[in-house]
Design a protein around this ligand. Structure first.
Ligand code: DGT
Ligand code: CA
Ligand code: CA
Ligand code: ZN
Length: 581
């Protein structure tokens, strides 16, 4: 089930937008935005809290707590409904266009009557936007770009949203009468960053109880098609889910087929044909006699095709068949290989939880090491100072003394790091002597995203040359469906990282996943090392590492490519980089 916290967070985020669109108080909008973030990242389930408990959540006051109670009781909040009613749905959708934003969306609606994305495109074509205050040719280009971005993500959802749905559906169906096996397949099993629809596969002799359980799930909003082999629904969140039920002895062939990708399946089918076989979701058959040869496990199907079992993240026809035939498939990094997390925040900057809670949660996850990397002072809104940073370091050292010794596995060593800002010229927040005090430095681009390709490339290269910069954080800075990546000569960046001993981050936050799989594949050829980080701003985010790992696997990475899969001694050697002294 979607957590009540996520529902409430989405509602308040929408409310904040609605306040902005209707020209409400900007400060009030911010209050709801902050509350949304706090609630989304809060560890306790809001549906179990009373009015008093709710007000203990950071950024939640009495009136917000009351709205949460109203929502949990009635499924709606009247203040939100009132604002919703004042704005056509089309205009609300306009606010989702990256770079347009609530204010401009309302302006084009009020001044030009534009109330849909299609009308907005027409208005730009006819140059009608230019008459409005604050809109110029450059704005038009940005808006068109934003629309393209929105359309390219289409109706696809981020991997964490799809995973929530898939795991709850699989858990539910697994307990239905006669269910022998159940798993999700499709793009989700391959770990793609966005998911078109969720494909669930089950094995049973009689499909009817499973199909019925599926259509009766609490989150089923609409049954799109109902049959004995396949049923399709749409969830209350609007996500499409397909369930296919196959006889138990077809399980392996069906799982192979519905995991895809299509491109990979075309290759496996070709191999079957060359061997006088026929491959379908029901099994691998002799083409002439029609006799079924294998079908029960994926391993058997691949083996009969002369291939080792191919991990789903590799099944994209990007060389995995050839590598399999040569016996050269990589041994992919797994989540259990990760020994630590090297980019995380606390409430000293924009995190939601204090250092003590983050450290406790990291230790509970069994991390052997864990770096705290709050924001550096040049990100002004974070109000960082030298004194605060040094005070935090002292506290980290104390906690390290405590956690470093605990437990049978040798405890959790705490590292004190920082997330530096790479300024437009490639410099960072502090001089070398101050940087030398950190155990590691992540450095990220947080501003001036629109620099020219040359300037952006120089900026990255200079950051890599800095002997204190160990990891480039979320390298392209893209936000999936919202902000395109920066323009830079990435091959030059990859070469520089390999040369200088600077790792590239695979930021595991589901709306970033930055670097993405294709970039990882490219960077890997230069011999770059990677850090798979959660960039956690709350204890809940520590679990995002699974998505970073999936992305790394899609980029063919092995344990040895990932610095936070290394033992601490080897990691520390890497972190010394080219530093003197
Ligand atoms: P998505 O849903 O767009 O994120 O991507 P997928 O890969 O989950 O695609 P989907 O849901 O259309 O189909 C699930 C799998 O079923 C797909 O990965 C491979 C298999 N499949 C579906 N249609 C075809 C087809 O026409 N030919 C072949 N060979 N396989 C197919
Ligand atoms: Ca799918
Ligand atoms: Ca599908
Ligand atoms: Zn960060």
């Amino acid at each position: 089930m979607a957590r009540a916290n996520d529902e409430v967070a989405a509602l308040f985020a929408e409310y904040a937008d609605l306040i902005s669109i209707t020209g409400g108080d900007a400060f009030r909008a911010r209050v709801y935005e902050k509350a949304a973030r706090s609630i989304g990242g809060h560890h306790a389930d809001v549906s179990r809290l009373d009015l008093k408990g709710l007000q203990e959540i950071p950024n939640v006051g009495r009136s917000i707590a009351e709205k949460i109670v109203e929502y949990l009781g009635t499924g709606r909040v009247s203040a939100v409904e009132e604002l919703r009613a004042r704005i056509p749905a089309g205009v609300r959708r306009l606010t989702a266009v990256p770079t347009l934003g609530p204010k401009k969306a309302m302006a084009v609606y009020q001044e030009l009557g534009v109330s849909s994305i299609e009308e907005l495109v027409d208005a730009i074509r006819d140059e009608r936007l230019r008459d409005l205050k604050g809109f110029g040719p450059r704005t038009e280009q940005n808006i068109l770009h934003g629309i393209a971005l929105l359309r390219s993500s289409g109706d696809r959802v981020l991997i964490d949203a799809a995973m929530d749905v898939a795991e709850s559906v699989v858990a539910r169906l697994s307990t239905a009468a006669g269910c022998r096996r159940c798993a999700y397949a499709g793009s989700l099993r391959r770990g793609r960053e966005t998911i078109g629809d969720v494909d669930v596969l089950a094995a049973a002799d009689d499909s009817e109880p499973l199909m019925r359980a599926f259509t009766e799930l609490p989150r089923t909003r609409e049954v799109v098609a109902h049959g004995t082999t396949r049923t399709s629904i749409r969830t209350t969140e609007g996500l499409a889910v397909d369930l296919r039920v196959v006889p138990p002895d077809s399980w392996g062939a069906a799982l192979q087929y519905f995991t895809g990708s299509k491109a990979h399946n075309i290759r496996t089918r070709e191999r079957a044909v060359h061997q006088g076989l026929k491959l379908s979701e029901y099994g691998l058959f002799d083409a002439e006699t029609g006799e079924r040869i294998v079908s029960e496990t994926e391993e058997e199907v691949y083996a009969r095709l002369g291939l080792p079992w191919i991990p789903p993240p590799l099944r994209e026809d990007r060389g995995e068949i050839e590598a399999g035939l040569r016996g050269e498939l990589p041994e992919l990094v797994r989540e259990s290989d990760l020994r630590g997390d090297l980019h995380t925040h606390t409430d000293l900057t924009d995190g939601l939880a204090p250092l003590e809670q983050m450290a406790a949660a990291a230790a509970a996850r069994g991390h052997a090491y864990y770096a705290i990397t709050d924001h550096a002072p040049n990100l002004f809104m974070q109000r960082m100072t030298d004194e605060r940073m040094l005070a935090q370091r002292e506290r980290v050292r104390e906690l390290d003394a405590e956690y470093g010794r605990r437990g049978a596995r040798g405890g959790t060593r705490l590292l004190h790091g920082v997330e530096l800002n790479i300024d437009p010229d490639g410099g960072v927040d502090w001089p070398d002597d101050f940087l030398a005090g950190f155990d590691l430095c992540v450095a990220s681009v947080h501003s001036h995203f629109n620099q020219s390709r040359d300037a952006m490339t120089r900026r990255f290269l200079r950051a890599c040359e800095n002997p204190y910069v160990n990891i480039i954080g979320h390298p392209t800075t893209r936000v999936i469906g919202k902000r395109p990546g920066v323009d830079a000569d990435l091959d030059a960046l990859f070469a520089a990282c390999a040369r200088t001993g600077t790792a590239l981050e695979i930021n595991s936050h589901p709306d970033r996943l930055d670097l993405d799989d294709e970039h990882i594949l490219r960077a890997r050829r230069y011999g770059v090392k990677f850090a798979i980080d959660s960039d956690a701003h709350s204890t809940l985010h520590l679990a995002y590492l699974r998505y970073g790992v999936a992305t790394a696997q899609r980029g063919w990475l092995a344990k040895d490519d990932v610095i936070n899969a290394w033992p601490l001694t080897r990691l520390r050697r890497f972190l010394r980089k080219g530093r003197t002294g």
